[in-house]
Design a protein around this ligand. Structure first.
Ligand code: S3P
Length: 748
């Protein structure tokens, strides 16, 4: 027998005993043998035939029918058998164990196993490490043993305060060696979680099959039972004894989960009986989004929580001219607002052209979490069942808004006047973005809003009395304006917001579209006052969202800088508060033509034809800055390809976007050999030839896409790091880009 320390140092075991050589025990034995980690593997069971088969299959070296005899001199004992039998086994081996023998088990309920150990030994032995590999299947027996069973599966260990740390380490290392991810958990918590996620579904599967099988027409039912029945009931083929034991062993927690489930089924039954479509759709859409989210989580890919922000790299290079027609995805700003306004409107709102990017989906999910029934998105279509001005409900937890500053700032306004408390959180980029700009004026309106040193998370206390204010924005920000106007809907009196320069006016336009009166008054220069009276109602309707000019901008620059290019971007929103990018590019000499300008759902829309041309460096007019605020990363690329110098001033806002866009772009351009000099409020860029190289987008979607465009003129390929967040605004960017002749490859 080895000392525990020796085992840990060498990760080899002289003797291991597996009591219960079935799927779970047999699979671990198999993988440890293959890896040469165990010198002698002894199986114990009651069925000699089974044990002989295990020897013949090479899973174990030898077997014994007597557990007490087998465990003598063992370094490690794994008990992998139905949980109700564990007490008896522990009692039988108690006197044969040496003080150094480590015992672990694989039972699906942990409270009962710990209680059994206490009963047998007086107190739970320090070398006993309760465990639970979550890797079972409906298959059982040694024939099903598979050395890859634990690969990427979880093993939960539930050590007690008295558990020996060395023993815990060894058990943990062994499971890890089998490929599992090991976590530790409190015994009681384990049993509650597993009751809901594993035990209840098994109970329901057994019950459904039994109910259907008991009906007279059962033959017929089973003959036609395809996908749904099969998927739902696969686990009813699991080992009955094992599950009988688990349900009894974790009875209380299972009953609690069953009660919660029964309540849910009763509600659904009532909705069906009453033909209450809205309640039914509410249940189904919430469940679908939760299930989809869960599937993506399992695939390491959550839609509200972008992939580990550092794990997607773009490799972009040169190709020929860009040609063809393309429609980029829907406008992000309008997509956010369609959900927000649709949710608090009366009646239904049908949206088409919705952007299915992570940012707008975060907004959608937030309103689902607040009880709004939302169908879709499906191919850009979304249907929102409005709950009225005061119909939102407290969400079950913090609202996670991912990378989306627009969601957080606009929701801060909208939610500051609700009856419930709510916390708004986001990813690492959003968590360092300034929120005082909304929290300050909202507090003046009476909101009880807390920030973390001016940054997220934001906490909003319910039941605040909101009143209108007159607010002159120090920075031209559509997000701040919109946040205050949304709070103003709930305020006593009139809310007036003065913008020093024009910013995107989608909130004003859309409020009008929802039947809410908004006044806009021109003040001196380009300044405007936007005001509304609180206490009105919004009426749902339909919204046709145009393609996002901010996404189209990448292709405008791409086609401008690659000789002989000629592309048409279809159905792009050309609201004059957004067309700074066109104005700036045209001033640089770009050949951009707006075709068939029209109004769609209150927004100006056009097809945009862009042909290659020699760009010239310019001083960017400062009045264009708020009108092109999101397009500067790609405009800097245009500047790098232009003749002469381009200078930007008055754009310090760029330093607090998804990244510090002045610095991150300057760093990337300099890495490619571009003469780029950042200043406090802008940058100067001398156009010319540049090379390929490695640049880091710092998780900023627009910077990742801008450098994909830059590659079209670089003398070598560009490797762009941290591109996962492209999915926040333009999930299909790479495909579309390659379709029109760009050259971008993705590596995850
Ligand atoms: C947005 C406004 C802009 C923009 C952001 C979206 C909006 O921010 O940068 O991507 O939808 O209102 P600011 O208004 O803070 O400049």
């Amino acid at each position: 027998m080895k000392q525990n320390k020796e085992i840990l140092d060498s990760l080899t075991i002289n003797k291991m005993v597996v009591i219960g050589v079935g799927l779970i025990g047999g699979s671990l034995a198999k993988v440890l043998r293959t890896k040469g980690m165990v010198k002698q593997l002894v199986g114990v069971g009651r069925n000699e035939q089974n044990l002989k088969r295990a020897v013949a299959m090479g899973v174990i070296d030898s077997y014994s029918l007597d557990a007490a005899e087998a465990v003598q001199g063992a370094d490690l004992v794994l008990i992998s058998m139905p949980v109700l039998g564990i007490e008896k086994v522990l009692a039988s081996i108690k006197d044969s164990l040496s003080p150094d023998t480590i015992i672990t088990d694989a039972g699906s309920a942990k409270g009962i196993v710990v209680a059994a150990a206490k009963k047998v030994f007086g107190s739970v032995p320090a070398k006993f490490v309760p465990g639970h590999p979550i890797a079972g299947s409906e298959k059982s027996g040694i024939e099903a043993a598979d050395e890859e069973l634990y690969l990427q599966h979880m093993v939960i260990l539930t050590p007690l305060p008295e558990t020996d740390r060395g023993a815990l380490d060894i058990v943990s290392q062994i499971w890890k060696a089998a490929g599992a991810e090991v976590v530790t958990m409190d015994v009681k918590y384990h049993d509650q979680v597993l009751a809901a996620t594993s035990h209840l579904p098994h109970l329901l599967a057994y019950s459904l099959v039994e109910t259907l099988a008991g009906r007279n027409e059962n033959r017929e039912i089973f003959r036609y039972a395809a996908g749904g029945f099969r998927d739902f009931t696969r686990i009813a083929s699991s080992d009955p004894t094992m599950w009988h034991d688990i349900f009894l062993a974790n009875r209380e927690a299972v009953l609690k989960s069953l009660d919660a489930f029964s309540e849910g089924v009763t509600m659904l039954r009532k909705a069906l009986e009453d033909q209450d479509s809205q309640s039914m759709m509410g249940i189904f859409t919430r469940a679908k989004s939760a299930r989809d989210h869960f599937t993506k989580l399992l695939a390491q890919r959550a839609y509200v929580e972008p992939m580990n922000e550092s794990d997607t790299t773009f490799f972009a290079g040169k190709k020929g001219a860009l040609t063809g027609k393309l429609r980029v995805p829907g406008d992000k700003s309008i997509s956010h607002r369609s959900i927000m306004l649709g949710a608090i409107a009366q009646g239904e709102t049908e949206v088409s052209g919705f952007l299915e990017g992570e940012d707008s989906l975060a907004t959608l999910q937030a309103f689902r979490d607040m009880g709004v029934v939302i169908e879709g998105p499906f191919q850009g279509k979304v249907k929102i069942y409005g709950v009225g001005m005061s119909g939102l409900k407290a969400p079950p937890g913090p609202l996670y808004l991912g990378n989306s500053g627009t969601s957080m700032r606009l929701l801060a306004g909208l939610l500051s006047a609700q009856s419930f408390d709510v916390e708004l959180t986001g990813d690492s980029s959003l968590s360092v973005r300034p929120m005082k700009r909304v929290a300050g004026p909202l507090a003046q309106m009476g909101a009880k809003i807390e920030t973390c040193d001016g940054k997220p998370p934001l906490t909003l206390r319910g039941g605040s009395e909101i009143h209108g204010i007159h607010y002159e924005m120090p920075v031209a920000s559509a997000q701040v304006k919109s946040s205050l106007l949304l709070a103003g809907l709930y305020a006593k009196g009139v809310t007036r917001v003065v913008e020093p320069a024009p910013t995107r006016d989608h909130t004003e336009r859309m409020l009008c579209g929802f039947g809410y009166k908004v006044d806009v008054k021109s003040l001196s220069g380009t300044s405007k006052e936007i005001s509304l009276q609180g206490g009105g109602v919004l009426c749902g309707g339909s919204i046709d969202i145009p393609a996002d000019i901010s996404s189209a901008a990448f292709f405008m620059v791409a086609a401008s800088i690659v000789p002989d290019s000629d592309i048409t971007l279809e159905h792009v929103g050309v609201n004059p508060t957004r067309t700074g990018v066109i104005n700036i590019l045209q001033k640089m000499g770009a050949d951009i033509q707006l075709i068939e300008e029209r109004i769609v759902g209150g927004e100006p829309v056009a097809d945009i034809r862009v042909r290659a041309s020699q760009l010239q460096g310019i001083d960017i007019p400062e009045d264009q800055v708020p009108l092109a605020i999101d397009e500067f990363p790609v405009l800097f690329v245009a500047a790098a390809c232009a003749k002469g110098k381009t200078v930007l001033r008055g754009a310090e806002e760029l330093r607090v976007k998804e990244s510090d866009r002045i610095q991150v772009m300057a760093d990337g351009l300099v890495a490619l050999g571009v003469d780029a000099n950042p200043t406090a409020d802008g940058i100067s860029i001398e156009g010319g030839r540049y090379q390929g190289g490695v640049v880091d987008s710092q998780g900023d979607h627009r910077i990742a896409m801008a450098f994909s465009v830059a590659a079209l003129r670089a003398d070598g390929d560009i490797e762009i790091l941290n591109c996962a967040n492209v999915a926040t605004s333009f999930p299909d960017f790479v495909n579309l880009a390659n379709q029109v002749g760009m050259n971008v490859k993705v590596e995850n």
